[in-house]
Write a new protein. Structure first.
Length: 388
């Protein structure tokens, strides 16, 4: 099966190798599947690099209700191979970062300055409409509208952000989720100001980026909280001024208060997706402060908080989806910060592997081993900005 590109260039054969989740719990199966004919507003992207994210693990472990079969992966960067006739802002050969948020441009949220809450984002994630692949007559989904653990995928053009050709794609991919979510929570949602105080609960990929986001914002105190000693050591590298291991203290909120002159922090960022961590973050915020929930808890799980604290102490609980981004603004900005040395992407990558070793990366994620594993797809080299 093949298509003609809208600009007249040869179109790719619409088959691809992909890591498919056929059953909950894994393992992922490396399989040859077909892309369905893409829509007019889509592009076909040859994936260069894909970060393995805890959200992928949450799908595997049935914490997020996305049914198999599905191609996981949503933190990706690659090169555009085909452009649909309705696409105006991308061309064949463009280097792009992909991200889950949609931007239809006409719904209430897009019009009112919250494009990351676009109705189409909800539709693609919750209504499971993204059945973009097929094999032997069986439909296969693309998680988040991307399916970045395929070597080639059709992606809606408004989920792609063009980047400069000289940005290493094995670093750019991280901006598609972990970096955008962590720094966005600090810079976009909380709008942390110089001199403020911050606590970050959970120092995985998103949490470490919240830590370095707080440092970039000028926070004077950045407290990293995690049960893993190696994660706390990583947090110090990314800008934390203090660390707390919950296993070493009787009460986390009291430990946070001890580091902030008995006050608590201006902002506490929950980056785990845990109800216990949400509660701890909330009570660690000062009077008039806020807890920002960035982690995604399992569906159907409730949080119980003391109601009077909201009014009597003016303490707030804020939700933050994906860093509350404007993709076309934030992705280039973050990559520019990487280019000028403000933003550390290199130390986020623990290892680079091929697609065939993806299950090894999933197990490393289960163990909490390392920060980010990046899959380098066939045709690209680690650090390369174009096909080898």
């Amino acid at each position: 099966m093949s298509l003609e590109a809208s600009n007249g260039a040869p179109a790719p054969i619409l088959t691809t190798r992909a890591a498919v989740m056929y059953d909950f719990g894994g393992p992922l199966v490396i399989d040859e599947i077909e892309l369905k004919p893409p829509a007019d507003d889509e592009v076909i992207v040859k994936m260069a690099a894909t970060g393995i994210c805890r959200t992928d693990l949450s799908v595997l472990d049935m914490k997020l209700p996305y049914p198999p079969p599905v191609v996981l992966g949503h933190e990706g960067a690659g090169v555009v191979e085909w452009v649909g006739p309705a696409v105006r802002h991308l061309a064949v050969g463009d280097h792009v970062v992909m991200a889950i948020p949609h931007r239809c441009g006409v719904c209430h949220w897009c019009v009112h300055g919250q494009p990351h809450l676009c109705e189409r984002t909800v539709a693609s994630v919750e209504e499971l409409e993204d059945l973009a692949f097929t094999k032997d007559g069986m439909d296969i989904g693309r998680f988040g509208g991307i399916g970045a653990l395929a070597e080639r995928s059709a992606v809606r053009a408004h989920q792609c952000v063009k980047i400069d050709d000289d940005v290493p794609l094995n670093r750019a991919c991280l901006v598609g989720c972990a970096v955008l979510s962590g720094l966005g929570a600090v810079l976009n949602k909380a709008k942390v100001s110089p001199g403020q105080t911050v606590a970050v609960f959970g120092c995985g990929g998103i949490g470490l980026n919240a830590v370095q986001g707080a440092k970039i914002a000028g926070a004077r105190t950045v407290i990293a909280i995690d049960i893993q000693a190696d994660r706390l050591a990583d947090a110090l590298k990314f800008g934390a001024t203090h660390t707390i291991n919950p296993n070493d203290v009787a009460d986390i909120a009291s430990a946070v208060a001890d580091l902030t002159n008995g006050v608590g922090v201006d902002f506490a960022f929950e980056c785990v997706g845990s109800t216990a961590a949400i509660n701890d973050a909330f009570v660690s915020a000062r009077r008039g402060g806020a807890a920002v929930v960035v982690g995604v808890a399992p569906f159907g799980v409730d949080v119980s908080l003391t109601a009077c604290v909201f009014s009597l102490q003016e303490r707030s609980l804020l939700g933050c989806l994906y860093g509350s981004p404007v993709l076309d603004r934030d992705v280039p900005m973050l990559l520019a910060m990487y280019g000028n040395g403000q933003l550390n992407l290199d130390d986020l990558v623990t290892r680079e592997i091929g697609l065939a070793d993806v299950n090894e990366a999933i197990e490393a994620l289960r163990r909490g081993d390392g920060i980010r594993t990046v899959v380098i797809h066939d045709g690209f080299e680690a650090g390369a900005t174009s096909a080898g």
